[in-house]
Design a protein around this ligand. Sequence first.
Ligand code: ATR
Length: 356
Amino acid sequence: MTSTVMPKVKLGSQGLMVSALGLGCAGMSGFYGPPKPEPEMIKLIHHAIDSGVTFLDTSDAYGPHTNEILIAKALKGKGLREKVQIATKFGLRWIDGKPEACGDPAYVRSCCEASLKRLDIDCIDLYYAHRIDIRVPIEITMGEVKKLVDEGKVKYVGLSEASASTIRRAHAVHPITAVQNEWSLWSRDLEDEIVPTCRELGIGIVPYSPIGRGFLAGGPSLVDNLIEGDFRKVCIILNISKKILFSMPRFQNMDHNKIVFERVNEMATRKGCTAAQLALAWVHHQGTDVVPIPGTTKVQNFNQNIGALSVKLTPEEMKELESFASSDVVKGERHAYMQYTWINSDTPSLSSWKSS
Ligand code: ATR
């Protein structure tokens, strides 16, 4: 396969060019079960680049830290650095098994320095705030990111799981190139406000978990076969109600939610593609400003995902697919910690910060 197969697209309005499909690398270093063998993952990254998928998505939170090191090893000494666009992230850390966002300027700077070292590069192509710290005005966090851009340590800036108002405020400090939020057939909560805001401001959209964290590829059998330690199966105990929830509650409701997969899978059979390809094609059809980053640890699945670019959907087929996973069909939140997503990402005003 040659690199001409994969189109390059403009992401955002500042000049960043990326492959029309990215590669989510988180699962290579854990998260969905234990870390995968390094030599195999390096081969997969090389295969992705050979296939024209040059937009690599990582974060300091993946591993933590080891995913960035894996990418550095894959790129080292092969003249690949100039061929790829590395997107990494700061600002999400795990304290006692719980996620916490941090947007303090000193922390932002230290994260950037550490990521540059681990990735063994001079400049991060796209640097996202991984989660928004609601204690710190977004202008303060972005002010530090802007300095990093001015110093040549970061080229383009992004936000992940940010609300429309946070995106607008951040964009006023420094142009935002991309917003990365969960977006798939069964996670469409960003469509009302976030997508229109990005389009108004010329910001690219990078859907993560476009295959519904694997559900839209494997359905209930994927859930039955999840192994211990897989984040989709991890339970958390909510502080207040003491209720035990899956960290991704939808995966707890398979008797109900399996119908979504069954319908997608049935339509995929009709169209002569796989359910994963159909789910990904639906995301691709959202627009040329949308660059999904499906995560995989397998060459075979990666090849399938590239194939999704050739699956064409009519407006009627898009509607049909959407009807399979409407919000009244899907049971359970996409995340047990919805309070750490864009839903609760508005930060204090700059004036209240200055006066405190
Ligand atoms: P995330 O962005 O969180 O990684 P995703 O892209 O929606 O979520 O889905 C990733 C999951 O789908 C992974 O469990 C991946 O498993 P492998 O690492 O075993 O591939 C799975 N997945 C990705 N592409 C797939 C495909 N074409 N067929 C089956 N499963 C796939």
